[in-house]
Design a protein around this ligand. Structure first.
Ligand code: MLT
Length: 333
């Protein structure tokens, strides 16, 4: 339905579209009747990965509440910025939604030519979850603990590979923090998502990565990969033996991957309210709570599943990450 558009081309498309709608003027949608047909929800990473998994989990009860199907579409590329640019450019009629995570807040610093403004070109719907990251490796990788991993990487920086989901991905940010913490520069192997990256980690094609528990728990438990630490202040119930990064000697590496829903900026507030209400219903759903628990995460408290809380989070996270990324000198293409 939506062709992939190169970032450069999207830059001009986005400018034209903003000019056409006068910087956020409304749409033809009838908020009272909404939704009258299926809703497209764009996931900015590959199918089967952590963003996709959490999104599909929450989208199901949202669909039931709204009485219309939410159809997930995976639009990969450039660490989530291709998908974000696409949705920023869609009609604000409530039928085009985006899910994104912490990468929404790192993109402005990473991509100087970003063809959208995270704060101006979207309305927020609400936060969804704040997922832990795990530091994981192929099962036959030599280091057995985080401390050993640090020493090994320091001694073998030229040959160690770290997978991620591209510049702008949570895995890339976590890897960057790891590299900064121990002052090394590793060979990064980018994928369209950590779903395929995990497949290659299991296959022994890359050495290690940071990835959300929502993608790694089952594979850690099956023993197909090894895990060194979780990036949360406390251990997580689903992997009680896994130390936190602070316990394992790397307190600098604390990171939660917050997720939220977005719609184009000219979406009427009445439609946003209906989507927020549906999100709140989904996050109270016992099936969603139970499934998230099995994946090592939880729904956000309900007072964060609303536009104000998400916008506040986005603003604060842009302020937090921009100087860190600028100092690191990392840029996407
Ligand atoms: C990330 O690293 O940003 C995510 O794991 C991407 C994904 O959902 O595949």
């Amino acid at each position: 339905m939506h062709p992939r558009i190169p970032l450069i081309a999207m830059a001009s498309v986005a400018v034209l579209s903003l000019a056409a709608c006068g910087g956020g003027g409304g749409s033809d949608a009838d908020p009272a009747a909404y939704p009258e047909s299926e809703i497209t929800l764009v996931v900015p990473f590959s199918a089967g990965g952590p963003t996709d998994t959490i999104t599909r989990l929450v989208a199901k009860p949202m669909s039931e509440e709204l009485g219309q199907q939410i159809v997930v579409q995976n639009v990969e590329g450039a660490g989530g910025t291709v998908a974000s640019g696409q949705v920023a450019d869609e009609d604000g009629d409530g039928y085009n939604m985006l899910v994104h995570h912490i990468g929404m807040s790192t993109a402005p610093a990473l991509y100087p030519e970003l063809p959208y403004d995270p704060l101006k070109d979207f309305k927020t719907i609400g936060l969804i979850t704040d997922a832990p990251m795990t530091i994981v490796a192929r099962k036959d990788f030599k280091p057995e603990t985080l401390e050993e991993l640090v020493s090994y990487v320091e001694d073998n920086a030229d040959s160690v590979s770290i997978a991620n989901a591209g510049v702008g991905a949570a895995s890339q940010l976590c890897g960057l923090l790891f590299e900064q913490a121990i002052d090394v520069d590793l060979t990064e192997v980018p994928y369209d998502g950590t779903g395929p990256a995990l497949t290659d980690l299991v296959g022994g094609k890359v050495d290690f990565m940071c990835d959300q528990s929502t993608n790694t728990v089952a594979t850690i438990k099956s023993g197909d990969i090894k895990a060194y630490a979780v990036t949360t202040p406390e251990r997580i119930d689903v992997l009680p033996d896994l130390p936190t990064t602070a316990e394992a000697g790397l307190p600098e590496l604390e990171l939660g991957v917050w997720h939220g829903f977005y719609v184009p900026a000219d979406t009427p507030v009445e439609i946003v309210s209906k989507l927020t209400d549906a999100l709140q219903v989904a996050l109270k759903d016992q099936g969603v709570i139970d499934q998230m628990a099995k994946l090592g995460t939880t729904p956000v408290p309900l007072d964060q599943a609303n536009p104000d809380a998400q916008t506040d989070k986005l603003e604060k996270q842009i302020d937090l990450w921009t100087p860190i990324i600028e100092e690191a000198g990392v840029k996407g293409e």
